[in-house]
Write a new protein. Structure first.
Lengths: 114, 115
């Protein structure tokens, strides 16, 4: 079975500062990893994903994440936070069986201060 | 065109009532899901259907019954509603049988409030 842990349920940064949201996973087979963003009163939308190949993955809105197998991590970063980045962020893991079921982390609320 | 749509967006009802939430996707995906998001924003999968067949059924009370009339639709019927059923329910879909490596496309959610 796979699982994912998001460290820090709330992260607060100043506008223009680095954003770092942490995600660690557990999986007995090679994982597929995802970051989703949820804006207030909306559904989740994909930011980026890692399946195979290049371990540094670039997504929408200037976000990127690096798959580090040795650390079982998939942290999300953005060099410079914007007010519009304030949202809930979910890390998710799935494997190539289990009918495409993704296991989601508990989410991290990102607050951006002016 | 909305990719994954849900109706209604808001649902307020009394304990003990029966209600349904409908979901439709126009992406041509094979797999559809229902998730429950509680007040702390925790997201839990409830069901998954692949080509109208149930493939994931998490430990959900049998008061919840999904129905997939065709590949593009997945409805959720809830009997005898309880206070603890209050949550936001999300429908999602993904292509190619769900295949692990495919992302999911989420609907806007249905906020259910049980009084």
């Amino acid at each position: 079975a796979q699982s994912v842990t998001q460290l820090g349920s709330h992260v607060s940064v100043s506008e223009g500062a680095l954003v770092l949201l942490r995600c660690n996973y557990s999986s007995s087979v090679p994982p597929y990893l995802f970051w989703y963003v949820q804006y207030p009163n909306q559904g989740l939308q994909l930011l980026l994903k890692y399946t195979t190949g290049a371990t540094l993955v670039k997504g929408i809105n200037g976000f990127e994440a690096e798959f580090k197998k040795s650390e079982t991590s998939f942290h999300l970063t953005k060099p410079s936070a914007h007010m519009s980045d304030a949202a809930e962020y979910f890390c998710a893991v799935s494997i190539n069986t289990n009918a495409g079921k993704s296991t989601f982390g508990d989410g991290t609320t990102l607050t951006v201060k002016p | 065109d909305t990719a994954v749509s849900q109706t209604p967006k808001y649902l307020v009802t009394q304990m003990g009532n029966d209600k349904s939430i409908k979901c439709e996707q126009n992406l041509g995906h094979d797999t559809m899901y229902w998730y429950k998001q509680d007040s702390k924003k925790f997201l839990k999968i409830m069901f998954s259907y692949n080509n109208k067949e149930l493939i994931i059924n998490e430990t959900v009370p049998n008061r919840f019954s999904p129905k997939s009339p065709d590949k593009a639709h997945l409805n959720l019927h809830i009997n005898s509603l309880e206070l603890g059923d209050s949550a936001v329910y999300f429908c999602a879909s993904s292509p190619l049988g769900g295949g692990g490596y495919n992302e999911q496309f989420f609907g806007p959610g249905t906020r259910l409030t049980v009084l």
